[in-house]
Write a protein that binds this ligand. Sequence first.
Ligand SMILES: Cc1ncc(COP(=O)(O)O)c(C=O)c1O
Length: 481
Amino acid sequence: MKNSLSSGKETNLLFLQAYDYIVTRMDRGEWKAHDKLPSIRLLAQELQVHRLTVFRAYQLLKQNERAYVKEKSGYFVSPCKPEEHVLPEHADAESTRLFTSSSALKNSLSEIQQIPVEYQFSQALIDPNLLPNLFLSEHVKKVFDIYPKLMGTYSSAQGDEELREYLCRYMVRHHNIQLTVNDLLITTGGQQAIDLISRIYIRPLDSILVERPTYSAALDIFRQKGARFIPVEITPDGYDLANVERLMEKHKPRLFYMNPTFHNPTGYTVPAAQRKQLVELAERYRCLLIEDDAIHEMYLDQPPPQPMLTYDTEGWVVYLRSFSKYIAPGLRICAVMGGPSIIKSLITAKSLADNGTPLVNQKMFLHYFESPRMQQHLEKLRIALQIRKEIVEEELASTGWHWVSPQGGFNLWLQLPDFIPVDQLLEDCLRESVSFVPGEICDPLKEMRSWIRLSYSFVNEEHLRDGVRRLIKIAGRYEAQ
Ligand SMILES: Cc1ncc(COP(=O)(O)O)c(C=O)c1O
């Protein structure tokens, strides 16, 4: 704490670090409700900061109801513990969610997914029964025959070179993108890639552009780093680029986190024509585009447009290509591609985080991904997903709920009538063994209260029909009231 505080360049943010430090100690139970907090002078000494810095931190604690003041006695810990922490300054209409300390560590999506239910519609993941499991188990033995010392070997922090070489060839073949092995880093899933990027690029109060709605776990990561969200609406036609430009000009965001292909949760795809323009905007306004492409190959009919990375010549796109959602979720392989300085910083962050993704996983993935069996697997998956989507749409046809039929991916993004309280519906559904993702957690403004994400990829066909019927029946109770 001493070092980080005393070496921080942005002295005006020191009070946020002091604030975070105090909140963390409260949450650990070191400072309990109604305990007296250290005097400003003492804490300033301990943290080696100016007294005014601690004073501002205490003022913020008071404003966020984490502390209260007793006349002439000092500051005391409040008994209540609100989850969101709002800063007094810098607020404007578009940056609604401000600094949230590390104490607010949260993964709302995983909280819902961990509840065991019979009809699991909150997991945007392939049904494990659709994976070629027998082939995979035979494949494991073969890979160990090729690399007998596999279990006894570390991967480099950057990732297995043989895998990176293969992925370079893959990117040329599929996307005509020329990369070298140095432009690539292997992470343990896309989730880790988002986390590493946040560690490097986001400081408290940095403005970042995020789609509205977006992948909720990414929001949780950014929120935990103290980012200010500048929402960009995503529609079936992509973004309003004039608005994106206005936001970039006004807020000078560090980055724009986007998921432009079979977007999670909506399923929308940003059209090819906008992709080139977005890269031009990123270059002009020096805003890094984080292109999260977790399910590129899960199209139903037509392959999607080429990634934005295709248009990047100046190094303003960081491309995340996770393969864990539909190839072998258990292996958790994601490739991060970008300019040399970005990859270099990410390798450092990766080495600090875990020193490299397990080599066993990388080799398993490489040999499986290369195999002709893989292509057959993808074809079968697309057909299975198409059938599942049709089943859900058929069942929902009579509800009057709204959605735009996605051309790929795992989800339907449904708008329910206003009179259905989605939070209450989720509670009722969980009680009756059905889960879904409430739209609110995917919204950086936390307002999309009549939307839900329904994933049709995880549950088998028969179950899917029964589960959707059960959901409709539960929702129907509100209609009758
Ligand atoms: C858009 C998006 N990015 C990243 C992830 C995380 O992917 P992984 O399983 O590779 O960590 C997900 C998972 O749902 C996702 O939907």
